[in-house]
Design a protein around this ligand. Sequence first.
Ligand SMILES: [Zn+2]
Ligand SMILES: [Zn+2]
Length: 226
Amino acid sequence: MREVVDGVFELGIGYVHVHLVVTDDGVVLVDTGLPGKSARIGRALHDIRRTIGDVTTVLLTHHHPDHTGGLAEVRRRSGARVVAHRDDVPYVTGEAQVVTRHPVVRLVGLIMGRAEPAPVDEVVTVDGFSPLPGFTALHTPGHTPGHLSYLLDRSGGVLFAGDAAAGKRGGRIGSTPKMVSVDLDAQHRSVERLAGLDFDHAVFGHGPAVTGRAVDAFRTYVSAGR
Ligand SMILES: [Zn+2]
Ligand SMILES: [Zn+2]
């Protein structure tokens, strides 16, 4: 685990990241990693001298099982409040299931396993909603219908981009695998929108964080077209 910027930690669980944000009011998790791996989150909390009981809020970027795999367990053990966008909530709670025909996506899903369904405590319906002090939830659909990115007002701005985009080597950004997006045009518009904001740092579900003028990496990506 590494500290990306002050109090923002990046934990890799397999190929996906969980982010831990230490605030004055407990620990905020952005996503919860792969199914069956939530003990890794407990160990990471221990490393920063916190416990699972210190987790007050889980901010979900989207419903995919590599991001919600530890959710039910974390919520049970911490009592944390879970925040997600309305359009992804039915997939988190298990009311709806994704039907995918793409053979590679199906295979990956089989290997990864399903996330245990979990309740969502705070359903985001408004773009720009603040789920807790310092955080703004931005509706960035495309990868999933209810994908949220979160902007944290700290250290010049920290964007939690989820799978709206992916970190690439050399401080660049790119797309997440196109075959797992429900709407590529919407996803591109979401990245354009993020490029119009201002933030110094960006972290992703997949790929390395960008630190220092991270918004420029978004602008470069958008200006290069698809
Ligand atoms: Zn995803
Ligand atoms: Zn992902």
